[in-house]
Write a protein that binds this ligand. Sequence first.
Ligand SMILES: *Cc1c(COP(=O)(O)O)cnc(C)c1O
Length: 405
Amino acid sequence: MTLDLTKIRADFPILSRKVNGQPLVYLDNAATSQTPKQVIDVIADYYQRYNANIHRGVHTLSQEATDKFEEARKTVQDHFGIEKTHEIIFTPGTTHSINLVAFGFGSLLKTGDEVIVSALEHHANIVPWQMMCERSGAILRVIPMTDAGTLDMKAYDKLLNDKTKLVFVNHVSNALGTINPIEEIIEKAHAIGAAVLVDGAQACGHIKPNLQKLNVDFYTVSAHKLCGPTGVGILYGKEHWLKKLPPYQGGGEMIDEVTFEKTTYADLPHKFEAGTPNICGGIAFGAALNYMNAVGFEAIGAYEDELLKNATDRLSKIEGLRIYGETERKTAVISFNIDDIHPYDIGTLLDKMGIAVRTGHHCAQPIMDYYKIPGTVRASFAFYNTLEEVDQFVNGVQKATDMLR
Ligand SMILES: *Cc1c(COP(=O)(O)O)cnc(C)c1O
């Protein structure tokens, strides 16, 4: 189960570049992951050999592109344990996927219905629902968080009632790394007849969920968080929900028949795939899943836990450093501050040393408000990071702190 780090790192050309004269230490994987040459090659191959629009053409290139695109949908299906291929909608990513569902529920819900969000969400899983509530008159309720950066599940129990129609939570918090108890959240929501959407953007590069077993109603993924390209992802939805939801965008590819009197819509998944999709992106998404599965999610999880534990132990020894999000169930994300030093100043000094971290509110302002801080420094690890990089990072943080104190 051990990873061959030398071999893995050789797959990622970007990891051997320098930044500000120093070897790059890339610790911003929660924002976007890096891309292995196996995936870059698939992208180049598409444009060099069979770039064509799909579904519409009789010619060979169009057929080849269509076949590869649909093959990628099958890869997604196998990876996530999805029952039916047409329950997978290719989208530009998680943000778009959530907006698609929120738009649809805007016409299914009515005044007085309740929907539940969690305090640990990315703005992508908050704002579309606020817009949906404005349109439908539904009421937004919030599962509060605890100091440890976990959800208050007793409060969740109290929020659920016969007016609750929908619950939306992330699988993993991008700001803190907390893995939410989505099994329990789904089971309890279903017990009172509410549907559940899980934002899987932050989980998908670290955890391999089986969506059929989870019995989740909707699940969203962004390919760029699992070694794929930006601008492509999926919405998974149970067939009966996708049939019930109205189309999100009108255009080509999503229709059955168009006249000026009336248009009828195409079957799933095309009903939700208006216009030319990100064909190359979809194919590369499949390649990224194949790459990660060849490495193995179990090995990835175990190794990233080791990186997390090592980095957490060593960082904690720095005087005045506070880590936000201290639960056993988390992915390799460390959000922290040191005394009242501004996170941006630490991030800037780390960048001078070639170390990439993210600073700010991480698109999760409610979490920052809870802790009464403007933001954090966030280091997020992937399976291609090394223990030597953890060293460089911890030393860098110590150095930056000494300079700023
Ligand atoms: C990255 C991320 C998103 C947004 O994904 P996009 O690819 O930018 O649409 C949403 N939620 C979480 C938890 C994320 O980590």
